[in-house]
Design a protein around this ligand. Structure first.
Ligand code: ADP
Ligand code: MG
Length: 301
């Protein structure tokens, strides 16, 4: 079998000082994260389940509770978090210590690929050597994410939320950058197709030893605006099954509410606009759980 050596196994000096460079980058990331209380990844594995909407509303909810919050949009190809937190069109500032992130709703500091692109409809392209472009791609993407974390002047934060794009590989990459991730929230819808994918992500974060893992069921039911009748959007109770099989607690069940999508997508998370709506109440309760787990983690350190 072919043996692949890791950087740490390379004992001799590499001509390019590759090992030294990688270690220096890791040190810089660790130094930046040391002024952040709790790092929370919001992931799923699946797309379109509401990761970004949950991240935006959770960021706003934690900020409404008086916490200082930053949010990283790790979805480089389909950035959504910037607009949901109201920083679209804002500028990054440039300083000796790194890039200053703009502040969106409730003072949440946001970093997103959207802030680096001029045209709204520009798809993300990568400048890489012409030969074998595909070999550079994941290296470049991981490099950008590391810069979003390490080269942004986050300052002292209680929480840094990371909106992780679909694909379990993206969760894996994040864990390589932040092996001691404090919390992972896995967003699922009740559907069987989603349960199947999220179960893989769940196992990944459990096996990686992430300290706190919580499930978030989104789009669980819908209340008819005319008659108030509540109906399930999906037949299968995928989130409950995931919770029962994995022992991971279900931290929130967020109903489908067209107002949540409409206002969040336009830069006003529903928790701010209508904190009494059932969907907002579920996310505010989620914020309390995240906050309590962070406090418990800090107490045992
Ligand atoms: N509970 C909900 N009720 C109504 N709309 C929702 C809900 N959750 C998410 N949405 C909307 O559904 C769309 C997809 O959600 P999004 O957060 O972008 O998914 P993801 O980040 O997982 O791909 C967005 O327009 C979002 O605002
Ligand atoms: Mg998204």
């Amino acid at each position: 079998m072919r043996k692949v050596r890791t950087y740490n196994e390379v004992q001799h000096s590499t001509g390019s000082q590759l090992l030294e460079q990688v270690l220096e980058l890791q040190d810089r990331l660790a130094a930046r994260l040391s002024s952040i209380g709790t790092v929370v990844a919001i992931a799923s594995g699946k797309g379109g389940v509401g990761k970004s909407a949950v991240t935006a509303n959770l960021a706003a909810a934690l900020a409404m509770r008086g916490r200082s919050v930053g949010a990283v949009d790790a979805d480089l190809n389909g950035p959504s978090l910037g607009r949901m937190l109201g920083v679209s069109g804002m500028s990054l500032s440039d300083g000796p210590d790194g890039v200053g992130p703009p502040q969106g709703v409730q003072g949440v500091r946001v970093m997103s690929m959207e802030l680096l692109q001029e045209a709204e409809d520009a798809p993300l392209g990568w400048r890489a050597p012409d030969f074998g472009k595909f070999t550079w791609r994941s290296t470049l993407e991981t490099g950008v994410l590391r810069e979003f974390l390490a080269d942004v002047v986050w300052g002292e934060l209680d929480f840094l939320l990371i909106d992780v794009p679909p694909g379990t590989d993206k969760i894996e990459r994040l864990l390589e950058l932040i092996p001691d991730l404090d919390q992972a929230l896995l967003v699922t819808t009740p559907s069987e197709a989603t349960r199947f994918v999220v179960s893989k992500s769940l196992r990944l974060v459990q096996e990686a030893g992430v300290g706190v893992v919580g499930l978030v069921a989104n789009m669980t039911e819908h209340e008819c605006p005319q008659c108030g009748h509540r109906s399930s959007l999906f037949e299968s109770g995928g989130a409950e099954r995931l919770a029962a099989e994995s022992g991971v607690p279900l931290w929130a069940s967020i109903p489908f509410d067209p107002r949540l999508g409409a206002s969040t997508d336009l830069g006003e998370p529903l928790v701010i606009k209508e904190p009494e709506a059932p969907a907002s109440r579920a996310i505010l309760a989620l914020a309390d759980r995240v906050d309590a787990a962070a406090k418990a983690g800090a107490d045992t350190e």
